[in-house]
Ligand binder design. Structure first.
Ligand code: UD1
Ligand code: CA
Length: 460
């Protein structure tokens, strides 16, 4: 067998995307929180190419800025004269001794498993073409075969005869071939067709004429080759992608109350026997342990949740670590830097930011805990606030093991509540509260004798 040639992957992404009606270049629109083009690049990388060339046009500077990575090479197509013209722009960058695979920046769900056979056929000297059968082939280039079913050419919809239009096998646009052959063929393209464009698809007939075999293959599912031209199509692909993710996680042992009502916008990993109620969103890197239950409507990003944790409904959790067997929510907000050591109870309308909450400590109702080091077995009363910001600087609060604060306590940082200290309800604590003692600041309750409630003057 001949030695394997290095692989160059060309991503065509110069189209304008007019139908998106957007100032954002089409390929930067997000699918599952990630730009369309990024999906294609991530898949391309799985094939370990020698280089990835991206043909850009509209909004190029912005696309380059967002996608910046050292393995990407950028090729400008100043005027969009067709797919063949786009491909031709890469020729100065393509080594003759290589295989080229052509992908599309707006076809985000293509899988590396579908692409591998194409690359293998191209390595074997064939022209490899990814085709698909559609019940409604309108708008696509048709695959024309001869009586022996050998591919003859591709004819674009606008150039097709009535008979050709009845062909249901269509061109996905994705193909692979030896780069030196591509160079020869691209040099011969012309724009004598209905759209006045240089069609990349015209190279098929050229290969056939030279006696080069055209090898077709199909994707595992037709959704892999769907393109995004409008926001409607983008939304459809989003649902396809989300459904696939949910199915994959279910196969690994996760239960979703409704797999159609959960969204994944990053990399999530789940342990065994996790239950997820409806309308949850997972974004960024999220790690979830075994036996975790997540209530409806929770939004979890870039966080670790250890085993046995229960998240009650409607929590917003970001850059947080939740130790095992904790219970959070409903309506809790865990902000960046919240670290719950384990066995914690965080209740409704509690906000925690940049704070460590020791083992077994509870913050059950209506509290703000920020920039705090909290020991274990602490009980924070309803309405306790750490006043950590003096308008210019943030200060830390230290609450030691077994301390307990009464309702409506304000801890004015920097301040320390000693081990086992108790703070009386309604106190504003500005100085150290000593260990094991009751500290409170409270105006004495008085009752005014003989006081009368004012009554409304009657007009005479
Ligand atoms: C193309 C194929 C058609 C196939 C269809 C699949 C040709 C001539 N036709 O048609 O057989 O069925 O895709 O969707 O190839 N692009 C550029 N520069 C250009 C033109 C296009 O970069 O000058 C890029 C676009 O950004 C897009 C891709 O190439 O990602 C396809 O372009 P598009 O205009 O959508 O191709 P179609 O005419 O639909
Ligand atoms: Ca077109």
């Amino acid at each position: 067998m001949a030695a394997m040639l290095p692989l160059s992957i060309v991503v065509l992404a110069a189209g304008q995307g007019t139908r998106m009606r957007s100032t954002l270049p089409k390929v930067l629109h997000p699918l599952a929180g990630k730009p369309l083009l990024q999906h294609v690049i991530d898949t391309a990388r799985q094939l370990l190419p020698q280089r990835i060339l991206i043909v850009y046009g509209h909004g190029g500077a912005e696309v380059r800025r967002r996608m910046n990575a050292s393995d990407l090479h950028w090729v400008e197509q100043a005027q969009q004269l067709g797919t063949g013209h786009a491909m031709a722009q890469t020729l100065p960058e393509l080594a003759d001794e290589s295989v080229s695979l052509v992908l599309y920046g707006d076809v985000p769900l293509i899988q590396h498993t579908t692409l591998r056979p194409l690359v293998a056929s191209a390595q074997a000297g064939k022209l490899a073409l990814l085709t698909v059968n559609l019940t409604d082939p309108r708008g696509y280039g048709r695959i024309v075969r001869d009586a022996q079913a050998a591919v003859q050419c591709i004819v674009e919809e606008k150039d097709a005869s009535a008979e050709q239009k009845r062909i249901t096998e269509v061109n996905t646009g994705i193909l692979a071939a030896h780069s030196d052959k591509l160079r020869q063929w691209l040099a011969q393209l012309n724009s004598n067709n209905a759209q006045g464009e240089y069609y990349l698809t015209d190279i098929i007939a050229m290969a056939v004429q030279q006696g080069i075999a055209v090898q077709t293959s199909q994707p595992q599912t037709a959704t892999e080759v769907l393109g995004v031209n409008s926001r409607g199509q983008l939304a459809e692909l989003e649902r396809v992608y989300q459904r696939q993710q949910a199915e994959q996680f279910m196969a690994q042992g996760v239960s979703f109350r409704d797999p159609a009502r959960v969204d994944f916008r990053g990399e999530v990993s789940f342990g065994r026997d996790v239950e997820v109620d409806i309308n949850c969103i997972f974004s960024g890197k999220v790690t979830i342990g075994d036996n975790v239950r997540i209530g409806a409507g929770s939004i979890i990003s870039n966080s670790q949740i250890e085993s046995g944790v229960e998240i009650l409904p409607l929590c917003v959790i970001e850059d947080t670590h939740i130790g095992s067997h904790s219970r959070v929510g409903p309506y809790s907000r865990l902000r960046p830097g919240a670290v719950l050591k384990g066995d914690n109870h965080i209740g409704n309308f509690v906000e925690i930011k940049n704070s460590e909450i020791g083992l077994g400590s509870k913050v059950n109702h209506l509290s703000y805990v920020g920039d705090t080091q909290m020991g274990g077995k602490v009980n924070i009363g309803a309405g306790t606030i750490t006043a950590n910001y003096d308008g210019a600087n943030k200060h830390r609060t230290i609450i030691q093991d077994h301390a307990s604060t009464g309702s409506n306590t304000v801890l004015v940082a920097p301040v320390t509540v000693g081990k086992g200290a108790t703070i009386g309800a309604g106190s504003v604590i500005t100085k150290q509260a000593p260990a094991e003692k009751l500290t409170l600041t409270r105006a004495k309750q008085i009752t005014v004798e003989g006081w009368q409630r004012p009554s409304k003057k009657t007009r005479d």
